[in-house]
Ligand binder design. Sequence first.
Ligand SMILES: Cc1cc2nc3c(=O)[nH]c(=O)nc-3n(C[C@H](O)[C@H](O)[C@H](O)COP(=O)(O)OP(=O)(O)OC[C@H]3O[C@@H](n4cnc5c(N)ncnc54)[C@H](O)[C@@H]3O)c2cc1C
Length: 327
Amino acid sequence: MIPRLAFSEQTSRLFRDYLNVLAAQGFSGELHHDFGTRLVTATDNSIYQITPQAVVYPRNAEDIQRALRLATEPRFQDIKITPRGGGTGTNGQSLSAGIILDCSRHLNRILDVNVEEGWVRVQPGVVLDQLNDQLAPLGVFFAPNLSPSSRATLGGMINTDACGKGSRIYGRTSDHVLALTCILSDGAKLDVEPWEAEALAQVKSRDGLAGSALRVVDEIVTEKAEVIERVFPKLSRFLTGYNLAKVYGNDDGCFNLNYLLAGSEGTLAVITEAKLRLTPLPRHKELLVVKYESFDDALTAAELLVKSDPAAIETIDEKILELAKED
Ligand SMILES: Cc1cc2nc3c(=O)[nH]c(=O)nc-3n(C[C@H](O)[C@H](O)[C@H](O)COP(=O)(O)OP(=O)(O)OC[C@H]3O[C@@H](n4cnc5c(N)ncnc54)[C@H](O)[C@@H]3O)c2cc1C
């Protein structure tokens, strides 16, 4: 059963002080701590419910910088900030007892499209269907897919390294990320793209969290390369989490932090912009329905079916069919 919410009407003094200072420092988006707003963001698509103390809606990357930088001050060090997209995550990842940083309300613009070069630049709150509706007349699309595509945002997809139907041939979200702009927890902005040795040395020499974080990551993936290679599962869809194996694990030999940020569930940085790879729309689509006597027969046949290289094979058992008939 879904846990009951603790009804605490009042946002605590600490959080109200934080919001007041943030407003005074020029935060241009919205800052809410009314109970209605907090209640709405107390749920996502998981079985959990947690009421946040406040919800902030940044209007631009500078707002996110202001919010994170202020939270580094000793007086506000107990404040936790959690980014949120469409709230379709199923594990409670966008819930927080602290502050929700909602990237979906204002940061939802498609910034630039270049079909010849095969990329699009988006803000994190762009919803997948919104993006693909805009791209369709150009004959291209963003290939990673999931069923809540009418609500899930690109920021959320990147941070869960989402993939659904079609991942057999198109891969995961991280396979389609070309560059990311993000804000680190100290408020510093970091532009991330695959770096060759010289460029990496330059970013590693940066002051502050950006430089030190990159030095640590490079040290881990270099020194622990053998363990990472041995223990990381070889799954085409991988898992959500820190994908250390892919930081250097690509054909170009570059250091690619995008793979670590993708799937990091907002724990490493807040994404403010993404440059994503476009894929030509398939010219033809075919749906084939095959009926089997038993579920085991269907599973056994998958091996044969996969040889024809379909985008996806979905298995539907009698239970789902019966439920669908009653719907
Ligand atoms: C019916 C259903 C089917 C689903 N099917 C699939 C599926 O097939 N494949 C799949 O992969 N997932 C699936 N999901 C899970 C979910 O839809 C995905 O994880 C989706 O990518 C989440 O996007 P969102 O915008 O809703 O993110 P949210 O749920 O709001 O957030 C997800 C995570 O991303 C972080 N985040 C959001 N925005 C940012 C940002 N700008 N910067 C940093 N971190 C950020 C949040 O903190 C959180 O950790 C499904 C969910 C449902 C309800």
